[in-house]
Design a protein around this ligand. Structure first.
Ligand code: DGT
Ligand code: CA
Ligand code: CA
Ligand code: ZN
Length: 573
C-alpha cells in the first residue's frame, strides 16, 4: 500500500521544511501524513477512480499535497521531496526518532558538527561534543545517549499499527490466488502484539508453486531470502520480513495454533498435552500415532479439555488454567464501543475541525464523541486557556443544535503540572462534560514523586479520566516510573477511569497493566487520541489491549450506554 510509504515521506518533508523554517507547510505535511497513515483505502485506488480531485478530497490533503501524491503514483518520486533532500542531506527521519531530538536541534547539529545520521550523533555524544551547543548541556547529552540506546533495543521491530495494514493487504491478495483454498495470518500480528518482528502467513493450496510465485513477485517484496516447495521467506520494502507456509488441509488448524504462539503459550500447551497422554506439534494432536485433531484449531483445544481462547490472551499467564476450568472471561468485542473519549481538533494540534471529527464518528456508527483539546501549558500545541475552552463549549452547543445522529461532548485533555496540579481552573473544568488529564513532561521523575504527582491528579474531583497513564511512546520513550498498586488503589477509590489509549504508538495502558488494574476494580475508557479523522479508526488497537488484559464489556465505560456512563462519573461538580 502506498499510503504508508507516502506518510513516511510526508513526515520527513515536514521535518525538512521545519528545518528550513518555512511557515505553515510543515504542519500541512504532518497532518497529511497522519491522515494517510490511518487511511483505509489505498490512495492509488482513490486516484484511479476519481483522479486528482479524489486525492484533494481526502481530509487534510490540499491541492499541493494532492499533486505530490499524484507525482508519486505516476513516477514513484516527489520532486519537492528530492529537492529538499538534496539541500539538506540528513537522515531526519532516523534522527528525529530519538527521544529529545527535533528539527531545530537536527539543524544545529548539522550546521555546527556536520551530523547527518544517528551513528554520527552517537559518536559526538560519547565524545561530549553536544553539551556545549546552544541550549544543550550535559543532561540533554545524556538523555540523547539514552534515547539512542532505547532505539537500539527495539531495532528490527515494527509497530503493530504499521505492520497490520500491510499484513491484511497481503492476506487479501493471497486469498485471491486461484488455487488458494484458505489463507490466514498467524504469529504476533494475529495476537495483536504491540510490536512485530515478522509477518507469518499460512495457506492451504492445491498448487503451492503458484502461491509462492505470486507471493515472491509482489511489488512489496525487496528481497527473497529462501524459497522451497511449501515455504518462502522474503524481505518487504516496508522494512519487515514475511514468512509464508503452505500446508495440507488436515493439519491447517494445528499449524495455525502453533504459528500463532506465543512461544511461551505453546510450550505450556504442549506440556499440558503430554500430561494428558497426547503429543502436540504443528501437524496435529496425536494419541500414539493416531491423529486426534488437526483441521480445526478449536478442536485441538477442545480435545485437550480446554475452552478456545482468543489469540490476544495467549501469553502463558494463566489462560490455560482458566480455559481448563471453563473460567475464561467474556472479552469485550471488537466494534463494541459506542463513542470515542479522546480526540483533538484544529482548535489545537489536530488536523480537522470539531464538525469533521463528529461527522466521521457518526459515519462510524458512534453515538457520541468527546472533544479533548490540549490546554494552555502545552504551548506548542496551541493549548486552550479558560477563555478558549469556554468559546469552544459555545461552538459545541451550536454544532449539537445543527447536527443529528451524533452527540458532541465537551471535554479537554488537561495538562498535569510537575506538582500534580492542573493548568485549568476548577470553575471552567466543572462546566465540561468529561475531563481527561495527562502527563506530557518531566517523564523521568523518581517513582515516589511521580506516583504522588499522578495520584494528586487522580484525587482531583474534576478529573474523570487519566489519559495515557504511563506516557510511554513505543520504541521511543519508556513509561514513567509508577507504583501501580498505589495508583490503581486510588483510582478505584475515587472512581477515576484509566485510559487504554488506542494509538498504535502508545497502547497505554497495555494489556498487562489493564489486567492488574482490573484486579483492583478500576474501570477503563478505550479512546484513540485521534489528531485527524482517519485516526478515529484506531479503536481496535485499544480493544486488543483490553482483551489481552481480560477486560469485559463491564470494565469499559464507553461500551456502556451514555446514560450509564454519565451516572458513573464523579459527581462532586
Ligand atoms: P515476532 O515475529 O517476533 O513478532 O513474534 P512471533 O510470535 O510472530 O514469532 P515468530 O514469527 O518467530 O514465530 C511464530 C510463532 O511460531 C510463534 O509465536 C510461536 C511459534 N514458534 C516459533 N518458534 C518456536 C519454538 O521454538 N517453540 C515453539 N513452541 N513455538 C515456536
Ligand atoms: Ca512473526
Ligand atoms: Ca516468523
Ligand atoms: Zn495532541
Amino acid at each position: 500500500m502506498l499510503n504508508q510509504e507516502l506518510a513516511k515521506i510526508f513526515f520527513e518533508m515536514s521535518l525538512l521544511l521545519e528545518m528550513k523554517e518555512v511557515a505553515f507547510k510543515p504542519r500541512a505535511y504532518e497532518n497529511a501524513a497522519h491522515t494517510l497513515e490511518a487511511l483505509e483505502e489505498d490512495v492509488k485506488d482513490i486516484y484511479k477512480r476519481e483522479g486528482l480531485k479524489g486525492l484533494d478530497a481526502i481530509p487534510a490533503v490540499g491541492k499541493g499535497i494532492a499533486r505530490d501524491i499524484e507525482d508519486f503514483i505516476r513516477t514513484g518520486r516527489i520532486k519537492e521531496y528530492e529537492r529538499l533532500k538534496k539541500k539538506i542531506p540528513v537522515d531526519v527521519a532516523g534522527l528525529s526518532s530519538i527521544e529529545g531530538v527535533g528539527p531545530k536541534l537536527i539543524k544545529t547539529l548539522y550546521n555546527t558538527l556536520k551530523i547527518r545520521k544517528v551513528s554520527d550523533l552517537e559518536r559526538a555524544a560519547h565524545k561530549g561534543k553536544l553539551r556545549d551547543l546552544p541550549r544543550m548541556g550535559e543532561k540533554l547529552e545524556a538523555k540523547i545517549l539514552k534515547g539512542i540506546e532505547f532505539l537500539k533495543t527495539s531495532h528490527g521491530r515494527m509497530l503493530l499499527g504499521e505492520a497490520r495494514p500491510i499484513a491484511l493487504m497481503i492476506l487479501g491478495r493471497l486469498k485471491k490466488v486461484k488455487s488458494v483454498e484458505d489463507a490466514k495470518l498467524a504469529g504476533s500480528v494475529r495476537r495483536w502484539q504491540e510490536t512485530i518482528g515478522d509477518l507469518d502467513f499460512l495457506v492451504i493450496a492445491e498448487n503451492p508453486k503458484e502461491v509462492i510465485r505470486t507471493f515472491t513477485s509482489m511489488p512489496e517484496v525487496a528481497h527473497i531470502y529462501s524459497t522451497g516447495k511449501t515455504k518462502t521467506m522474503v524481505r518487504l520494502r516496508a522494512g519487515i520480513d514475511a514468512d509464508l507456509r503452505i500446508l495440507p488441509k488436515e493439519s491447517f488448524g494445528a499449524a495455525i495454533q502453533y504459528f500463532t504462539g506465543s512461544k511461551d503459550h505453546n510450550v505450556a500447551l504442549r506440556k499440558s498435552a503430554i500430561k494428558k497422554g497426547f503429543k502436540l506439534n504443528e501437524y496435529g494432536l496425536y494419541r500414539g500415532k493416531k491423529l486426534v485433531a488437526g483441521i480445526d484449531e478449536k478442536d485441538i483445544y477442545k480435545k485437550l479439555g480446554l475452552d478456545w481462547m482468543s489469540p490476544e490472551m495467549r501469553t502463558n499467564t494463566g489462560e490455560i488454567e482458566a480455559a481448563q476450568k471453563h473460567k475464561l472471561p467474556n472479552l469485550i468485542e471488537y466494534g463494541a464501543l459506542k463513542g470515542d473519549l479522546q480526540t483533538q481538533t484544529n482548535w489545537t494540534d489536530g488536523a480537522n475541525s470539531i464538525e469533521e471529527m463528529a461527522m466521521e464518528a457518526k459515519k462510524m456508527g458512534h453515538e457520541y464523541i468527546l472533544i479533548t483539546d490540549h490546554t494552555k501549558s502545552l504551548a506548542m500545541t496551541g493549548g486552550a486557556d479558560e477563555k478558549k475552552l469556554l468559546r469552544q463549549m459555545k461552538e459545541i452547543d451550536r454544532l449539537n443544535k445543527k447536527m443529528s445522529g451524533i452527540m458532541i461532548l465537551k471535554g479537554a485533555e488537561v495538562n498535569i503540572m510537575k506538582d500534580g496540579s492542573l493548568d485549568i481552573s476548577d470553575s471552567v473544568l466543572s462546566q465540561l462534560d468529561i475531563v481527561g488529564a495527562s502527563i506530557h513532561s518531566h517523564f523521568t521523575m523518581p517513582e515516589k514523586e511521580q506516583t504522588a504527582r499522578l495520584i494528586r491528579a487522580i484525587e482531583n474531583p474534576h478529573v474523570d479520566i487519566i489519559f495515557h497513564p504511563t506516557g510511554r511512546s513505543l520504541m521511543k520513550r519508556e513509561p514513567i516510573r509508577l507504583d501501580f498498586d498505589g495508583v490503581f488503589r486510588v483510582a478505584k477509590k475515587t472512581r477515576t477511569i484509566l485510559e487504554i489509549n488506542a494509538h498504535p504508538r502508545r497502547l497505554d495502558l497495555n494489556g498487562e497493566l489493564v489486567r492488574k488494574a482490573k484486579e483492583y476494580g478500576v474501570k477503563f475508557a478505550i479512546s484513540t487520541d485521534a489528531h485527524a479523522v482517519s485516526e478515529l479508526h484506531y479503536l481496535d488497537y485499544g480493544i486488543a489491549q483490553a482483551r489481552r488484559g481480560w477486560a469485559t464489556k463491564n470494565d469499559i465505560i464507553n461500551a456502556w450506554p451514555l446514560t450509564t456512563l454519565k451516572t458513573f462519573l464523579k459527581k462532586e461538580r
